[in-house]
Design a protein around this ligand. Structure first.
Ligand SMILES: NC(=O)c1ccc[n+]([C@@H]2O[C@H](COP(=O)([O-])OP(=O)(O)OC[C@H]3O[C@@H](n4cnc5c(N)ncnc54)[C@H](O)[C@@H]3O)[C@@H](O)[C@H]2O)c1
Length: 322
């Protein structure tokens, strides 16, 4: 029998084996996003159990191997690390309320992670993810392209789901994006939204204009408050963010150069620097490439600036200078 040789593998590290980290791992094995998946949590018992439970299902998935545990060395050599560790929103709490506690976790965690995976692309999911992206960038010294957050990838999916249902079309035929803070000041760029090539406002179902101003206002409200609603009912949001994060992992590990609304330090885009917020962004093997300036109305441009100011204010309150 010929010797079995090893080939280069793709490795995904996940920090935090809670609701989000495990949903991400589950989605990653089903979608075959990485050949090797390592789940790490300070709660070693939980991480080991979650790793086993996931591994026991891999007969029915692709060739991914999954491990879980409390030893950070399991993340060694990862190509991409997704951070989900930290406090989560309680009912009624905003994402920004979590900042202080989660920055303290990152101050300890980032140097340890950098030791294990100095060349990895880092994606933050822990909230408030825009603020934490700047904090983690400062703590780690990583270049801005290699540290970013899932931003409004999830929020955009929530929006497209609502629009697709109303338009009676497939979700991937809806082109609409939420940009800005992953939080209360985010907003949809309606002036640019289409279904196929048709502007949203012109879309008709049985001759009726469905996307009225009232509908669009209600949809915006629904998306901005979606997490609060889910958390009220089940204590956490996990499945959709798991899938959204895997989509980002795929873009990096498969060098896709996909345009996704992730959030990174804008570094001059729209004249904004030292603040991370979501814009349509080219994501590939090096992480974040170009953050795109898109056509938008004057009102939307004002909303973007207001979102940046909101985040700038939060960073200043936390003593993180830009
Ligand atoms: N960005 C998004 O779109 C989005 C969506 C959903 C949730 N989230 C955020 O994701 C985070 C995780 O949410 P969750 O529901 O999985 O929480 P959870 O409480 O279920 O899990 C968090 C896990 O982090 C672990 N942890 C804490 N400190 C750690 C450390 N120093 N090292 C390793 N592990 C550590 C805990 O032991 C726990 O298992 C929260 O901040 C939440 O707000 C973000």
């Amino acid at each position: 029998m010929a010797n079995i040789t090893t080939v280069p593998v793709t490795k995904l590290g996940i920090v935090g084996a809670g609701s989000v980290g495990t949903s991400l791992a589950y989605a990653a094995i089903i979608r075959e996003a990485a050949r090797e998946i390592a789940l790490y949590d300070i709660d070693a018992t939980r991480a080991e159990a979650e790793g086993l439970d996931l591994a026991h299902g891999t007969q029915f998935t692709g060739a991914s191997t999954v491990t879980g545990g409390g030893d950070i060395e399991a993340l060694a050599g990862a190509d991409i690390i997704v951070i989900t560790a930290g406090a989560r929103q309680q009912p009624g709490q905003s994402r920004l309320d979590l900042a202080g506690a989660n920055i303290r976790i990152l101050e300890k965690l980032m140097p340890q992670l950098m030791e294990q995976a100095p060349d990895a692309v880092y994606v933050l999911v822990t909230n408030p993810c825009d603020v934490l992206t700047i904090a983690a960038q400062k703590i780690s010294g990583l270049p801005r392209n290699r540290i970013f957050c899932s931003g409004t990838v999830l929020d955009t999916s929530r929006l497209r789901w609502l629009l697709a249902k109303e338009a009676h079309v497939l979700m991937t035929s809806v082109h609409a994006t939420i940009i800005g803070e992953h939080g209360d000041s985010e907003f949809p760029v309606w002036s640019n939204a289409t279904i196929g090539p048709v502007p949203l406002q012109d879309w008709r179902v049985s001759g009726r204009q469905v996307f009225t101003d009232e509908f669009l206002a209600a949809a915006t409200d629904d998306v901005v408050n979606a997490a609060y609603r889910v958390i009220e009912g089940k204590g956490a949001t996990n499945y959709a963010i798991g899938l959204a994060a895997v989509r980002i992992v795929e873009a990096v590990l498969q060098a896709e150069n996909a345009v996704l609304p992730v959030s990174a330090d804008l570094s001059g885009t729209y004249g904004i620097s030292g603040v991370a917020l979501s814009l349509p962004t080219v994501v590939g093997s090096g992480g974040v490439y170009t953050m795109l300036e898109m056509p938008m109305s004057e009102k939307e441009h004002g909303q973007l600036m207001a979102s940046a100011e909101q985040l700038q204010g939060e960073l200043a309150k936390l003593g993180i200078s830009s």
